[in-house]
Design a protein around this ligand. Sequence first.
Ligand code: PLP
Length: 389
Amino acid sequence: MKYRFAERVRPLCQEGAYAVLARAKTLEAEGRDIIHLEIGQPDFPTPPFIAHAGAEAINKGRTNYTSPAGTRELRAAIAESAGAQRGITISPDQVIVGPGAKPALFYTVMALVEPGDQVIIPDPGFPSYEAIVRLAGGLPVPVKLDKNGLYNFDPDDLEASINSRTRLVILNSPSNPTGGVAPISLLEKIAELVKSVDGWIISDEIYSKLVYDGDAPSIAVIPGMTERTVIVDGFSKTYAMTGWRLGYGIMPAVLAERMELLLTHSVGCTAEFTQAAGISALLGDQSAVAAMRDSFRKRRDLTAAALNSIPGVKCALPPGAFYLFPDVSSFRLKSRKIADYLLSEAGVALLAGSDFGKSGEGFLRISYATSLEHLQEAIERMRAALARL
Ligand SMILES: Cc1ncc(COP(=O)(O)O)c(C=O)c1O
């Protein structure tokens, strides 16, 4: 049979992290010893008190459908804690819960973008942004991150790209893949530009609690911005809950009503017991989050220093997330080639910067969400392999 698929799904590609993970798993199945620095997920288990709350909810029969937008209790807990974290007032009606942060990204774009609308995305940036914008029929407009300014949008580049057809600007601070954090002065400039074209912001703040130096302000705190901003955040990274699938969006209540309908007619709702675990995560003791953050900071410092000791590699010390984005352009090879070489020759799985957009060429993305022991071994393997290039 000749299969024919809709035009909207034909251009979709796999995300680099999943593709490299699959290749690394094949090598492991052949007996190779692989160190995984490709996937962006904490190596810590979900803190036990959160896991117990989820298990207890299952045992008590909390395995039913909930309201598509999430349980009242979880929406209230998110409104309270996300508001306190950012110093703004959020009502539960503004909160939409979904299975991960990705649905909040996806449905916001579906709700706001008309075919032909332009959407500014960071380059390099999280690959799903471009895929989602294209699925909605929008036109992604990549704006380069300023490599000297710790990987933030260059406001001049942004100003040159923004126009009356710009519907939405997607921000991600702290950033995947660079770990860069946007200071409030930059966010103020972006806010002015977005207001001038009557546009919207998606502020993907999924790494908002993984900041090691200073803080990561939200653009939503700038006067006049809450009414045109959707904050996207979740539990995957902060609480080591990637597989639980729990995230949320915070937005004007009128948009939340539309989003609830999109959830109703797609996923239906998020698992009730997962939502119970989320309440316990937000209301419980936050020391596990602080302990994970301390551990990430230590890994970041040691790994960046070790990378800088490899001839030909230059690595900045990013203030947030759990990624390093070393510059390997001195090897004069495509970053995809270097990443493939390191996987096959050194057994180190990591991502090419170009997996995140054209401007990522010349860089590698390393997730340091793994043990120090693995990180040290990976660096030594990289040092030896890169010396042979
Ligand atoms: C920038 C960014 N946004 C969103 C997500 C998706 O998070 P979730 O697992 O909650 O869907 C990720 C996951 O890697 C991410 O890096």
